[in-house]
Write a protein of this length. Structure first.
Lengths: 664, 163
């Protein structure tokens, strides 16, 4: 019954979405406030209905109701509770329901927090969001219904794919989806602006926090996914340029570019048209990512053709929204007027530089991901575009950008002084130089370029705080006053500093692990010893263990660290009972920022086990850096909230300001 | 001045070549089994570099370097045999492509069919800079310092008020 109610509420939500996609926008057109306000109620009601629907599916999973096809296919009665919950989104239908749930939540958030929005803008925004909701609700109800029943329910379910039975999966998709869907708000704002033809600084002030929220969640989701792949897949890589990874990375690149261009728009009223285009592109990348992952087109063009219903449906959604919004953009972009002139060397110039490189990188990843598909569709020839291609193109594209990062915040708006900015970066330059010299002096086999990139990482890290150091000026003000000043600085300034710092930290981790990583592969029997980077591993014994839905052999290693302390590492080989699927669980020991990683290979004929060991120096910096970026985003968000609380006043203020500039 | 420009251009080219070299040459983790490893360290290093650029055909987007699949293992051994026989890197790649098709290369070859793919990043950056340059030039010609008639009228009106 609950399952049927879940299905029913989903249909009801579709009905409301249809109403909301038409009525408020008509209200905005004819200036009828009642019609416009209707969106407030419908959007909140929709969020409640879809929450109920999602709850119903969760209920079916937690209670192992195998009469529901979806539950039967993806869950097992003996699964630990956490995985019963995460199984809900560990499959196609459930993950789409989660997608739609987040979409509805974002729409209701706009209606709750958007009290101060101009009513026409708000009505248009909520209508556009309802369009997206209609499309995805239809998609779920027609092609991917998670509530379908089985006539003769089996006693036991098929279990969740063992690789997905992990805490990582419990967290990774919701974070990523929240980010994906968060960009729909920005998209709706952009489309609404194009429809109404009105776009001012207040608009940018509204869009930036939403982009920031989406960006924070995307960053967290991608970092989480990367760490999950690192420890779960067992071959020690942290980024594979896999199409599915690229699908999440592209919206991130677009959102990062958008954050920076929205800044220019908000502060200087320039780059309006470009910002709107980026907002459209960012959400288009989210849609494309969903399409790529969900349609099966990635595994093969043929897989797409054998089960075309879903694929064609999502393709239609893609064409409709991306094509439609771009067409709207082409028609209406001319209406938007750009103001705010600036010299090439200026804060705006730096942000344009940022956007040029980020969007080029985005296009490179996009084309690289889709090229094999396109080429096969055009002339049938099959090629691969993999990690070496992306490293070769994306890497060099990022270098000039990273070099420019510390300059950006130090340049003045309108007209900046590059030399003055450089003179404030003497500390960063010193740190970078020192890092290069130390790397070259203390390592024997590091390529010169690796040392240079390490220098670049320090340049970015130290340079990130240059603006704060300039603003507080310890030498002039003394420590106490400088501290007081530092606390008085706006949160967004600290946010920028931390986010840029995190970028440098991540870069340092990447270079460090790709250049200085060591690896030992050895066949080992009980009692054998192996040595890697000063650590001595002894294979002690193998102990079998039975868990609720798998059996495993734990391989016990006694490890003697270079410092003399001893610890145990326990990689394991598992067999999941339902799917008879073997997996290997790696063991990781962290010391400082570095990690010792032990993974298991095959058992050979002479009964010895292939053991792979890696010493991964500073590898955790990769994810630590993203934590700094997230922290920076949150700081900046905290700052924005204060201003967004009074956008009306802000809007009026900017109006007065513009009048003043005209009058003056 | 011209010499300095040429010099700086060379520096940029050298730096980017270096950059590309490191990105080409990361020390990669391997799914190699101990019994596959060649005794000649230099040859083994070449084998690893090559195998990180070859696709495991039965896996999803994994190089034969990373994969546990038996086909990947066969390819790793095949590649090492060719290296021991004295083939150059290109000869090994050519041989494997002749047997498995270009699909096996994770880094597609530069050619007419991949022209768009390879040239895109450079073309985009250059076009971007050119467009910006053009816009800046255009902008300085139609300088905003001249006021429109409307604005002039408003100024006289405001100034008139001040009297």
């Amino acid at each position: 019954m609950i399952v049927e109610l879940g299905h029913y509420t989903l249909v009801l939500a579709l009905g409301l979405a249809l109403v909301q996609s038409v009525v408020p926008i008509i209200g905005a057109r004819i200036g009828h406030f009642g019609l416009m306000r209707l969106a407030n109620q419908t959007s909140i009601m929709m969020a409640l209905l879809i929450s109920f629907s999602f709850g119903a599916l969760t209920w079916a999973y937690v209670n192992s109701d195998f009469s529901v096809v979806n539950v039967w296919q993806n869950s097992h009665s003996l699964q630990p509770y956490l995985y019963k919950y995460s199984s809900v989104w560990g499959n196609h239908e459930g993950s789409l329901l989660l997608w739609v749930l987040f979409l509805a939540i974002f729409a209701s958030l706009v209606s709750v927090f958007g009290k101060n929005l101009p009513p026409e803008l708000k009505a248009n925004v909520l209508s556009v969001q309802a369009w997206i909701l209609v499309a995805f609700l239809l998609f779920i109800l027609i092609t991917s219904n998670p509530f379908e029943r089985l006539a003769n329910p089996p006693l036991e379910g098929n279990d969740l794919n063992p690789i997905l039975q992990d805490v990582g999966l419990a967290i990774h998709p919701p974070l990523l989806y929240f980010g994906y869907v968060g960009l729909s708000v920005t998209f709706a704002f952009a489309t609404a602006a194009l429809i109404s033809g009105r776009l001012d600084a207040a608009w940018a002030r509204w869009v930036r926090p939403w982009t920031l929220i989406a960006w924070v969640f995307l960053t967290a989701g991608i970092a989480m996914g990367s760490y999950w792949a690192y420890y779960e897949l067992g071959w020690g890589g942290w980024w594979f340029w896999d199409p599915v990874e690229n699908a999440s990375f592209m919206p991130w690149l677009a959102a990062t570019a958008l954050l920076h261009s929205a800044l220019v728009m908000e502060k200087r009223e320039a780059l309006k048209i470009w910002t709107v285009l980026l907002a459209i592109v960012a959400f288009s990348m989210s849609l494309l990512g969903t399409f790529l992952v969900r349609s099966g087109v990635l595994t093969s063009v043929h897989a797409f053709a054998t089960d075309p219903e879903r694929g064609v449906f999502i393709l239609a959604i893609l064409v409709l929204f991306i094509g439609g919004s771009l067409a709207l953009f082409a028609l209406r972009a001319g209406v938007l007027k750009s103001g705010g002139l600036f010299a090439p060397i200026s804060r705006e110039g730096a942000l344009v530089f940022n956007n040029l490189f980020l969007t080029s990188a985005l296009a490179t990843v996009l084309v690289g991901t889709l090229y094999p598909l396109l080429l096969e569709a055009v002339n049938g020839s099959k090629i691969s575009v993999g990690a070496p291609f992306f490293n070769l193109t994306f890497g060099p594209l990022m270098m000039p950008l990273l070099l420019a990062v510390p300059f950006g915040p130090l340049l003045a708006w309108k007209r900046g002084d590059l030399l003055a900015a450089l003179s404030r970066l003497y500390l960063a330059a010193g740190a970078a130089l020192l890092a290069v010299i130390i790397t070259l002096a203390f390592t024997t086999d590091a390529p010169v370029l690796a040392a240079l990139v390490i220098g670049l990482a320090f340049w970015v890290m130290v340079g990130a705080f240059a603006e704060i150091s300039v603003r507080t000026d310890i030498r002039k003000n003394g420590i106490a006053k400088a501290f007081a000043r530092a606390f008085g600085l706006p949160g967004s300034l600290w946010g920028t500093a931390f986010a840029h710092f995190g970028l440098g930290v991540t870069l340092l981790g990447i270079v460090s692990v790709s250049v200085f990583e060591t690896e030992v592969i050895q066949e080992m029997k009980i009692g054998d010893k192996a040595t890697i980077s000063g650590y001595q591993l002894t294979l002690k014994n193998i102990s079998p263990r039975k868990a609720s839905n798998y059996n495993e052999d734990i391989i016990n290693f006694e490890v003697l660290a270079p410092g003399g302390e001893k610890f145990v590492m326990q990689p394991a080989k598992r067999i999941y009972t339902t799917r008879r699927m073997p997996t290997t669980e790696s063991a990781i020991n962290t010391s400082g920022f570095s990690q010792l990683y032990v993974s298991l290979g095959e058992i050979s004929e002479n009964n010895s086990l292939t053991v792979r060991m890696w010493w991964k120096p500073q590898v955790t910096l990769i994810w630590l850096g993203s934590l700094f970026m997230i922290f920076g985003g949150l700081l900046s968000l905290a700052d924005r909230r204060l201003r967004v609380g009074a956008p009306k006043r802000a809007a009026r203020a900017s109006k007065v300001e513009s009048e003043v500039t005209i009058n003056g | 001045m011209v010499k300095l420009q040429i010099l700086s251009r060379y520096v940029v080219i050298a730096l980017s070549a270096l950059m590309i070299a490191t990105f080409l040459n990361p020390t990669r983790s391997l799914a190699v089994n101990p019994n596959e490893v060649l005794s000649d360290a230099a040859l083994e290093q070449r084998a690893r570099n090559l195998s990180s650029k070859l696709r495991c055909l039965v896996c999803q987007n994994q190089s034969i370097d990373d994969s546990d699949a038996s086909l990947a293992k066969d390819l790793r051994i095949l590649l090492r045999k060719r290296l021991v026989a004295g083939d150059s890197d290109e000869q090994v790649i050519d041989y494997i492509v002749s047997r498995y098709g270009e699909f096996v290369l994770l880094q597609p070859r530069f050619g007419m069919h991949t022209l768009v793919l390879w040239s895109l990043p450079v073309v985009l950056i250059l076009t971007g800079f050119l467009v910006l340059l053009f816009k800046l030039k255009n902008r300085s010609r139609t300088d905003a310092r001249t006021l429109s008639d409307e604005e002039n009228a408003r100024i006289t009106e405001l100034l008139g008020k001040g009297d």
